[in-house]
Design a protein around this ligand. Structure first.
Ligand SMILES: Cc1cc2nc3c(=O)[nH]c(=O)nc-3n(C[C@H](O)[C@H](O)[C@H](O)COP(=O)(O)OP(=O)(O)OC[C@H]3O[C@@H](n4cnc5c(N)ncnc54)[C@H](O)[C@@H]3O)c2cc1C
Length: 251
């Protein structure tokens, strides 16, 4: 039996048949929320705070995801709660609006008082047993995760390295969410920047770090491969692709 907020056993909510009964059932399983605040941190980033009765007394851990329903249909887009106040029934997420997809349009158009529905929180990355030193590599979609990780990591902080399209904009946003120490590296057309990332990751691996790799699928695949080739055990690497070119609503 599913509880509210718990998605039925479907890997792609965007692809379930849209019969009336299915639609009603899914609506019943979602958590309704309203937007308490939406802060434009920069042209492409929105810091969103959601609140609702259904967000109280929720079991949430850092690294989990929510899947926000887009419009009246059943398609959904995935975001990472940065924090969850289970007493007040509030959660915050940081959305990177990168183009014209439903998620980007949703984030860019959000206003205080708007309502939304979502599945979750659901399991995504299990970060419970992480011990310092921890290194997080990701991109603009991983800033929210980095914030959640910072607030929940038991043993010390994490080092962050992000590949980003606009370094200035990203640093401004990272500072706004108290992650100003993070290192942002500019993407290059031929992915040459990943050689720098790789070298830095291998250097940190020698210090016994554990790795969390999120963001663009091909980038984290490359870094993960390099770490494993250097002898880093799979148990020290946690990987979750957040998006891939030409794929929509990756989950
Ligand atoms: C577990 C999980 C947690 C996530 N957490 C967050 C989060 O906290 N904040 C956040 O902003 N995103 C997060 N994402 C990523 C987000 O769900 C995707 O970026 C999603 O594709 C956005 O939906 P969209 O409708 O804007 O674009 P889509 O309709 O899904 O995609 C449209 C096009 O844009 C491309 N695209 C998708 N993402 C990017 C990108 N980042 N940069 C460049 N091109 C892209 C796609 O390949 C596609 O070609 C998360 C994803 C997962 C799986």
């Amino acid at each position: 039996m599913n509880r509210p907020g718990q998605a039925p056993d479907i890997s792609e909510p965007s692809q379930v048949p849209q019969g009336r009964v299915t639609r009603m059932l899914l609506r019943w399983l979602m958590r309704p929320a309203h937007v308490v605040s939406v802060e434009t941190l920069s042209p492409h980033f929105r810091l969103v705070e959601l609140e609702g009765e259904a967000l109280r007394d929720v079991a949430w851990t850092a690294g989990q995801k929510i899947q926000v329903a887009m419009g009246a249909g059943l398609s959904a887009r995935t975001y990472t709660p940065m924090s969850w106040d289970t007493g007040r029934g509030r959660t915050r997420l940081l959305a990177f609006a990168h183009g014209e997809g439903p998620g980007a349009r949703w984030a860019s158009g959000l206003r205080q008082g708007d309502t939304c529905q979502f599945f979750g929180p659901r399991r995504s990355l299990d970060l419970a047993d992480l011990e310092a030193p921890v290194v997080l590599f990701g991109d603009e979609t991983s800033f929210g995760l980095a914030s959640a990780l910072r607030d929940n990591l038991q043993a010390g902080g994490a080092l962050h390295m992000f590949e980003v399209t606009d370094v200035l904009e990203s640093q401004q946003v990272l500072e706004a969410i108290s992650l100003g120490q993070a290192r942002s590296i500019a993407r290059s057309a031929g992915e040459e920047h990943l050689a720098t990332v790789e070298a830095e990751m291998l250097r940190l691996a020698a210090n016994g770090a554990q790795f969390v790799l999120t963001g663009k699928a091909s980038s984290i695949q490359r870094i993960s491969r390099a770490l494993k080739a250097a002898g880093v055990a799979s148990s020290r690497i946690k990987v979750k692709a957040y998006w891939a070119p030409d794929k929509t609503g990756l989950d």
